[in-house]
Design a protein around this ligand. Structure first.
Ligand code: F6R
Length: 615
């Protein structure tokens, strides 16, 4: 977690670093800081709070000039969020200045050693230990900053993306990466450093994504020098041309990124299947899978590993793969999988799902699966992310940048990719006739316009949100394909409005949660017309007879549930297996409006971060 930004070149660094930090605030937002070199000295300002607070403080406290700057937005790990623990951190001499995303696990033992050698520490952070270790190496070994960074990093255990400069040599920034992302934007004798490309996309489309255990010495007027941290080997920069554009990372007239991203779903789903779904020809084309089809077709089972919302998409995929492609599937929390000595064989295919492609637990689960000989397929949104690189093959979701911390379009596009994959396998296994296959693909093609239709319920949803905004508990129920959507609906409400919510398979209600139902309990029920409809109607009756409030998501033209429920939100009719792509839309909007009405920070909910790079 945490976002880092840096600039060295001919422009003023301050506006670039500040704007970059605002774009990276999704990664952490409990404190922020900046350090600028103005040609004579370093001006450093940091504060608990948001980048907006930093801007105010910096304006009144420091000179904002200089062509070299680094900045940080923090999600605290070591040390509470306060001004002192915020980054950047100075070394004891005041010469070195560092920003860091990650955790140095052995910082305590290093700190003790440094204290013995006379070092003092102002903060409780592992980062201040690291910058002083670099300084100690630099002085003791009498080496340049790059070499000192390299030697020091060989002594630390943990994860990092760092940027460090020496005020005595202000034409250079040294960066390094292990486990946390780091991109370098390359301009015309100017360089940008950031946790992702969004801070520099309006200046350059050329970027290098450092690999794990790589570092770079970025010096004005020189080529970037890349080397391996462990063995000093020279690494060759792979300069990518980025496709991202500036509109994608701005709010585009919406009040919040989350709302923008909810409304982007028709486009995002279309982009996910564009070029892959060829309904007329009856083909699903997926470049990432074609040469690995045998792995899937001969697999004993598919194991899906993911966290949070991506795990919910994995649960939907379990129903899809088993029903359409008849391949057994297990869905695992990556954090549990990696630590429970799972049985993995060479005949297993592991699918790792991750929007950010940086989630530490998912990454570790992938490494474990690979060590045990499994074929690992990634479903990621962020191009070039660690998970995309670590997997044997994969498919991007092409949802575009997701900035709101609560995942929305990532979920529906992950389901779309996984549906395409299941369809491709089903076709290979001849489980569909040509006409059934064609019918399925044609229906999938209608989903973007059906999502548009589902979005039209927004005014009604706002009214319903107003009725339930003060609830303290909510229950979400669904069955079959829509059980994971109930889990996802509950997660969305919890994380952005701080209302306690639980998702359950509707039939499980009578095994416990029914005890909670009274006139104060809103129950959101997914009751589409296909798949156990009558049984869900019975569950609704059970809630009604205990005076629970029922908010139902139903198929257009529904009659039965409308008579029972307090509120109904309609979605267009589609195949049962595609309903999650529609039923999730009203639940996203409901959470959004409730959170706004409760004055919650929708895009940056408390305690959360978009990219969970710590375990
Ligand atoms: C919820 C949410 C999180 C993420 C989870 C996994 O709205 O965003 O639960 O889904 O942290 O993140 P990725 O998909 O980036 O691996």
């Amino acid at each position: 977690m945490c976002g880092i930004v840096g600039y060295i070149g001919h422009r003023d660094a301050y506006p670039i670093v500040i704007k970059g930090l605002q774009r990276l605030e999704y990664r952490g937002y409990d404190s922020a800081g900046i350090a600028l070199y103005d040609g004579a000295s370093v001006n450093l300002c940091k504060t608990k709070g948001k980048v907006e607070d930093l801007k105010k403080k910096a304006k009144s406290e420091i000179s904002l000039s200089g062509n070299l700057g680094i900045g940080h937005t923090r999600w605290a790990t070591h040390g509470v969020p306060n001004d002192v623990n915020s980054h950047p951190h100075y070394s004891n001499s005041g010469d070195l200045v560092i920003i860091h995303n990650g955790i140095i696990e052995n910082y305590e033992s290093i700190k003790k050693e440094l204290i013995k050698r006379g070092y003092t520490f102002e903060s409780d952070t592992d980062t201040e230990v690291l910058v002083n270790l670099i300084e100690e190496v630099k002085l003791k070994e009498n080496v340049m900053l790059g070499q000192a960074v390299q030697i020091a990093l060989n002594e630390v255990v943990g994860a990092y993306a760092i940027a460090v400069f020496d005020k005595k040599k202000p034409d250079e920034i040294v960066v390094a990466k292990l486990g946390s992302p780091l991109a370098i934007g390359i301009g015309d004798n100017e360089f940008f450093i950031a946790s992702d490309a969004s801070p520099f996309i309006e200046f350059t489309n050329n970027a290098i994504y450092l690999e794990d255990e790589e570092m770079a010495i970025i010096r004005l007027g020189k080529e970037i020098k890349l080397r391996k941290i462990k063995n000093d080997a020279v690494a060759y920069p792979n300069i990518l041309e980025l496709q991202m554009n500036i509109e994608e990372i701005e709010k585009g007239g919406f009040d919040h990124f989350m709302l923008k991203e909810i409304y982007e779903q028709p486009r995002a789903i279309l982009d996910t299947y564009r070029g892959r779904l060829l309904a007329k020809q009856g083909i699903v084309k997926m470049a990432g899978i074609d040469q690995h089809l045998d792995k899937f077709l001969n697999a004993n089972r598919i194991i899906i590993v993911a966290c949070g919302t991506s795990w919910h998409a994995g649960l939907v995929a379990e129903y899809i793969f088993e029903n359409l492609a008849r391949i057994p599937v297990e869905v695992e929390y990556a954090s549990e999988f990696r630590y429970r000595n799972p049985i993995i064989t060479e005949n297993d295919v592991v699918i790792a799902i991750s929007q950010s492609g940086e989630t530490a637990d998912t990454l570790a689960a992938i490494k474990l699966a690979k060590e045990n000989g499994a074929f690992v397929f990634g479903v990621c949104n962020v191009v070039g992310s660690s998970i995309a690189r670590e997997t044997h093959a994969g498919a991007y979701t092409h949802a575009g940048p997701e900035i709101g911390v609560a995942s929305t379009k990532a979920f529906t596009t992950q389901i779309t990719v996984l549906t395409l994959l299941a369809l491709k396998l089903a076709k290979e296994k001849e489980l569909f006739t040509d006409s059934q296959f064609h019918e399925y693909l044609t229906e999938l093609e209608t989903i973007p316009s059906k999502v548009e239709k589902a979005l039209e319920s927004n005014p009604l949803i706002e009214i319903i949100a107003d009725v339930y905004k003060d609830s303290t508990n909510c229950l979400y129920l669904g069955r079959g394909y829509n059980f994971p959507v109930a889990l996802e609906g509950a997660l969305k409400l919890k994380e952005i409005s701080y209302i306690h919510a639980e998702g359950y398979p509707a039939a499980e209600m009578k095994h416990g949660p029914i005890a909670l139902i009274d006139e104060h309990m809103p129950v959101f029920v997914i009751a589409t017309n296909k798949g156990h409809y009558e049984k869900v109607v019975s569950n609704i009756q059970e809630i009604k007879s205990r005076k629970g409030k029922i908010i139902a998501i139903v198929t257009e033209g529904d009659v039965q549930v409308k008579e029972l429920a307090d509120h109904c939100i309609e979605i267009p009719e589609t195949f049962e297996s595609l309903t999650p792509l529609l039923t999730t839309i009203p639940l996203q909007l409901l959470s959004y409006h409730i959170a706004v009405m409760r004055n919650c920070n929708v895009d940056q909910p408390r305690n959360l971060a978009k990219s969970v790079t710590v375990e």
